[in-house]
Ligand binder design. Structure first.
Ligand code: FAD
Ligand code: UDP
Length: 367
């Protein structure tokens, strides 16, 4: 008999398991339908001995001291500015857009933040209340940068026009007038020193935690005795899609190892205007691994269908009504907690789901 059954061994489930076991001495069973822990952050050494991420690049970043200090119990870090460039018209430009991007893309020579700001002011289509991703970028950067760096990437990534997507999607990307290069503005930008999987092994190592892999909740639900359920899978699946299926976006990955030390100049190059893939990732830049070989990965957005993973909830207004129906059903269930990117249908980063799990834990600890 377990105090909690936790469905999903990703960050949401693993953090809650660790806290409940170590702080409240609860007995926990964590199950995952995959054959590994770590959720979408799963990393492993490939046949060529290079540490790669199975489900796309996971660059850790956070502004939260609480999240960073908590994870630091389980890992040391490689502090690292996440550097990303965008290949537009065959040329690599700094991305997010900064003063150097303006200089290289428009072939100008802006020398200060003030000059860069003035330059953009003349291009942007000011809008105090951008209602979608297109309006958001046009209001920050204007038409040329939108069309070259955002429009096609967004169409390819979501198969939805930026006009239909929430403004928050493209608002994830900062805009800078200085020459700072890192992808995120957060206080902490780092990679777990020995990888995510090792971090998860430590999270789940407590004697009160049992981990069962390759087990689908809906198939073994009745075999496990538990008091409360923490569910981190897709919310519509939990209710047997009774209000209809929520849409998700999926991905395919092309992994390749090359007999050379490096392939590209930084950990990620975006290809907004390429037909098939959105980005090429080269792991060694972020993990600082030394090897004569290098592994890269092309990421191809695809429709979700059975047999593929539900990687992205789709942030568009038309999905809100059906989501609300599921949320109101979820609220009626006192002994089930829904948390995480799939269970809340929210485009959360890793630090956000960790913060969310820590918050849920502190509420549970009060009761
Ligand atoms: P997940 O990691 O998805 O874990 C949920 C787990 O539940 C899965 O392992 C699944 O197998 C299991 N499960 C589902 N249903 C069942 C069932 N019925 N029975 C048993 N098990 C089940 N975040 C960042 O901060 N930085 C990044 O650079 C970044 N890059 C990303 C790149 C990609 C391509 C993707 C898809 C996401 C990225 N993220 C990034 C987001 C990050 O992956 C999520 O925030 C985080 O993994 C969410 O954790 P979770 O535990 O909620 O969900
Ligand atoms: N985006 C874009 N061009 C880029 C990178 C991102 O248009 O070169 C847009 C796109 O809509 C994407 C969103 O910004 O879905 C968020 O990008 P992010 O890199 O945060 O995506 P993730 O890593 O979550 O896939």
């Amino acid at each position: 008999m377990y105090d909690f059954l936790i469905v999903g061994a990703g960050f949401s489930g693993a953090v809650l398991a660790e806290r409940l076991a170590s702080q409240l001495n609860k007995k926990i069973c964590v199950i995952d339908k995959r054959d590994h822990i770590c959720g979408n952050a799963y990393d492993h050494y490939n046949n060529d001995g290079i540490l790669i991420h199975k489900y796309g690049p996971h660059w850790f970043h956070t502004n939260s001291d609480d999240v960073f200090n908590y994870l630091s119990i389980f890992t040391e870090w490689i502090f690292h500015d996440h550097i990303i460039r965008s290949n537009v018209n065959g040329k690599l430009h700094p991305f997010p857009i900064n003063r150097n991007t303006l200089n290289s893309f428009f072939d100008v020579n802006l020398k200060s933040e003030e000059e860069a700001k003035e330059f953009i002011e003349a291009k942007r289509k000011k809008n105090l209340n951008p209602k979608n991703s297109e309006e958001m970028v046009l209001s920050l950067l204007g038409k040329e940068l939108y069309e070259n760096f955002y429009l096609n990437y967004t169409l390819k990534q979501w198969n939805i026009h930026p006009r239909e997507l929430a403004a928050s999607v493209t608002a994830r990307i900062p805009v800078r007038y200085n020459t700072k290069e890192c992808y995120f503005n957060d206080k902490y930008q780092a990679m777990p020193k020995y990888g995510y999987n090792k971090l998860f092994e430590k999270l789940l190592a407590h004697k009160n935690i049992t981990v069962l892999l390759g087990k689908d909740f809906f198939e073994i639900e009745k075999e496990i005795k538990f008091d409360k359920l923490i569910y981190t899978g897709a919310i519509d699946e939990f209710f047997d899609n009774c209000f209809g299926k929520l849409p998700y976006r999926s991905l395919e990955f092309e992994h390749e190892t090359l007999e050379r030390e490096y392939f590209q100049e930084c950990q990620q190059v975006n290809y907004p205007n390429e037909n098939r893939f959105t980005r090429i990732v080269e792991w060694k830049h972020a993990t600082h691994q030394q090897s004569e070989k290098t592994s890269i990965m092309r990421e191809l957005p695809v429709a979700y269908k059975k047999g593929r993973e539900k990687f992205y909830p789709i942030p568009m207004a038309s999905n809100n009504d059906i989501l609300k129906e599921y949320q109101s059903e979820a609220e009626k269930l006192n002994s089930v907690i829904f948390c995480g990117r799939l269970a809340e249908y929210k485009y959360y980063n890793m630090d956000q789901v960790i913060a969310r799990s820590l918050k849920i834990f502190s509420n549970l600890a009060k009761n």
